[in-house]
Design a protein around this ligand. Structure first.
Ligand code: F6R
Length: 266
């Protein structure tokens, strides 16, 4: 795991946007795995700015989102399809036909999960998967005790996740308690993983993910087994780490190596 600790959420968004920009520039036909929630919004805004400035293009990019609520259609403002259209897809030159999310209203949601896995493997798998982190350590909607080898399937959301996400729903509005999510095994097959976490509310989950044992009680801890995972944190999210200064020292060295490789001298 590469651990990058930055001062602010803005720096986290920019660093994450750099990873995605490099990915789609070096391979214009990249398959990106995408996430919703509050954390990636600033990163998506940064990608939109870079697209508008002519620095990156999405013309050949394909995307697969992690998850979707069961029971919400694409037009519902709280559906993840709606979120992605608003926050990224409608503002860049991606072909809508190349953007994939599980359907929240399929008549047969179990078949929908299998079909999503098939579409993903037909596309050649994910080159770079973007992740957020739940306060309880979830990735996608793989809640604590999810099988670490799981595939795309229907999951029941925990009361904490329902409470954390209730901020997006108005009083009395139907809030789904089930979702379709890529499994942890599915996520782990991505060539590269970039997880962003910002804010003090994530500090406990960050410690469990990076310094805790690999355990189903913290699904994100499985990233310790991934050969190419980068975790980007702001200072508040990183504040519980015992080895924080060690990670910062390594990142300084990584940046020096990168500059030397690119021919810049210190
Ligand atoms: C969303 C997703 C979730 C979120 C996580 C953090 O597609 O997969 O795992 O990444 O719940 O959400 P925020 O960023 O809102 O704190």
């Amino acid at each position: 795991m590469q651990i990058v600790i930055l001062e602010t959420p803005e720096q986290v968004a920019n660093y994450g946007a750099d990873q995605i920009s490099q990915q789609i520039t070096s391979k214009p036909t990249s398959v990106l795995g995408l996430a919703t929630g509050s954390t990636p919004v600033a990163l998506y805004q940064e990608l939109i700015s870079r697209f508008r400035a002519g620095k990156i293009t999405f013309s050949q990019v394909t995307t697969f989102n992690l998850d979707e609520y069961l029971g919400l259609d694409a037009e519902h403002p709280q559906s993840y399809r709606y979120f992605m259209n608003e926050n990224l897809f409608d503002q860049v030159n991606i072909d809508p036909a190349n953007t994939h999310l599980p359907s929240g209203t399929s008549i047969n949601p179990i078949a929908e999960c299998d079909a999503y896995e098939s579409k993903l493997s037909e596309a050649g798998g994910v080159d770079l998967q973007l992740l957020g982190l739940g306060q309880n350590g979830h990735i996608g909607f793989n809640e604590p005790t999810s099988s670490l080898g799981s595939r795309t399937r229907i999951k029941t959301l925990t009361p904490e996740t329902i409470k954390a996400n209730s901020r997006f729903f108005s009083e009395g509005e139907f809030q789904p308690t089930l979702a379709i999510t890529m499994g942890i095994g599915t996520i782990m097959e991505s060539n590269r993983i970039v997880l962003l976490a910002t804010g003090a509310a994530k500090a406990g989950a960050v410690v469990d993910m990076i310094e805790g044992p690999i355990a189903a009680r913290c699904p994100a801890s499985i990233l310790q087994m991934h050969p190419n995972a980068t975790v980007i944190l702001d200072r508040d999210a990183a504040r519980g780490l015992k080895n924080g200064s060690f990670f910062e020292m390594i990142e300084v060295k990584n940046q020096q190596l990168l500059r030397n490789r690119l021919g810049y001298s210190d």
